[in-house]
Design a binder for this molecule. Sequence first.
Ligand SMILES: [Fe+2]
Ligand SMILES: [Fe+2]
Length: 313
Amino acid sequence: MITESSSKTYWPLFPRKVMFDWQTTPLHWIPQSPLASHAINHFSFSLVRGEYFFCRMFNKALPLIEDEKLKEHVKVFIRQEVIHAQAHKDSIEQYLQRYGVDIEKQYETVIHLFDHALADKPFGMKLPKFLQKQWLVARVGFVAATEHYTCALGKFVLEKAHWEAKGCNPEVSDLFTWHCAEEVEHRAVAYDLFQYLNKGNYAMRCLVMLPVVPILTMLMIKGTAGLATTDPVLSKSQKSLTRLGFWKEWASASQQNLIPSLSWFITTSGSFFKPDYHPIYEASTQMALDYINNSPAVKAFEQQLVFSNDPKN
Ligand SMILES: [Fe+2]
Ligand SMILES: [Fe+2]
């Protein structure tokens, strides 16, 4: 008897390595809006710590998976997320650090969240044995809810942002567009794993999204302000969450589709609550692959591989 796999991803998934050159990248890589540049750049800090956290959770979940197709997709997901996290870590160390960004400070909040609050022992507190598996399943659920957002961001970037066509720096545009495209490509894996472990419990699905909406919104806004504070070019009113200038500039950048609007963070969660929700209906795999297959960073790595394997070199 053939049983249907819990993984609904029907297209092949691949991990792809990438190569970037950060030597000449400007801090204000979105020339229309320094604040929007900080808003997107700050994602890198959340992504580094967040995606390593995703990988830790999925590695812990692997022994619980008996569905071979799902297990294979989870393994590719982990490899893709490791490459994403490493690419953003490199961009922070080789690019943002050059502009005097205090890396330790920018990481503080996300380390607190992913390494302390969401640890096996939350804030050092050992959980009783009967709760340990449920805590893992809940954290896989948080990953699934967050991946709903990374897919939605991918859709926004692929369909609306078009940074490079708007004159933004090609290197950072490619880092985030390649990454977002792979988020669209593997958009169903975390959800399918969560549903598998959670036995499709609808109430639990709603519960995991509830804290994710305010936490993601807060990380995004607070992180943007954190980077903006150290920028000598920005006016004082654009650096502070308590001043109108910050919110006006955010609205202006989002009207140009350079960054998502603030309301996007709230409304994006909506479809996740629908009883018949599934991520495969949330975005176009073909649109993602069309970008990935032409990504300069993906091509640069492939070319370097061909060059280093050529016996004449
Ligand atoms: Fe990722
Ligand atoms: Fe992802």
